[in-house]
Design a protein around this ligand. Sequence first.
Ligand code: AKB
Length: 313
Amino acid sequence: MNKDRILITGAGGQIGQELGLVLEDKYGADHVLTTDLKPVSCFAKFLTLDVLDYDRYEEMIKDFQPTVIYHMAGILSAVGERNPELAWKVNTGGWINTLNLAVKYQVDRVFFPSSIAVFGSGSPLDHTDQNVPLHPATMYGITKVAGENLGQYYFQKHGLDVRGLRYPGIISYQTAPGGGTTDYAIDIFHQIIHNGIYSCFLSRDRELPMMYVEDAIRGTLEVMEAPREDIGIHTAYNFGAMSFTPAELIAEIKKYIPDAQMECKPDFRDDIAKNWPNRIVDTQARKDWGWQPEYTLAGMVQEMITHLQDRNI
Ligand code: AKB
């Protein structure tokens, strides 16, 4: 049995929750301490934690002695654009606390959830490569670029093994959307199944990179479990699976629910999305640690509809 002791912040969030459950299964509940600002009931070992509260965070690390930290706590793009100062404070302050504590208590590996939001108007947005200029147009994106650079800095200066992924939109049926721009691709399933119609806040042809949650969790574990010498990037890896527009998504959903309807009323989130890539190139992740996604648009839609319809019976 692997001896790692794992601490997760933001375990109530969209990725954190599924990651926490998979890690409990894999490493044993005693080896996984899940934390979040608000109580979450699905975990064996859970404590509330505000990642900006350094003293409480330090007490937890002293007591639990994690060897690995997945720092998933953070504010997503749409909520961050409504409250940019809060996004800066939580996303950057929480990450700095994590990095400092990881160095102080000799944590072995630390995970940073970056995002396609690091790209912006200065980046080529069509088939976007790993190493392009990063000039994000949102506060959320700015916190992610800062976070990536901080990770690299702690790696170079302190030898801390920081690993990160630039998540595309993550689609899951287990957890509710959490204030992101890509969340339309989750909400659409709930609205169509319940009401038959979805009002989309992006334009019909806004193409974005997306990933089914099972791929996202598997990739996250794979990058964190890869041998240290295989990890060539300590900012964050481009991490891809599929890309689609709202129009393509509703067309796929209609194969299962022919009466499904979608109207598009683009709002400020469409302005966020228009500065993000349509597709990203993740050759480096494939080369360094063997990344290979499994789910296509068709496979993801089938999974989502099957699980959500089963739940409604
Ligand atoms: C968001 O939409 O804010 C996130 C992301 C792409 O980072 N899902």
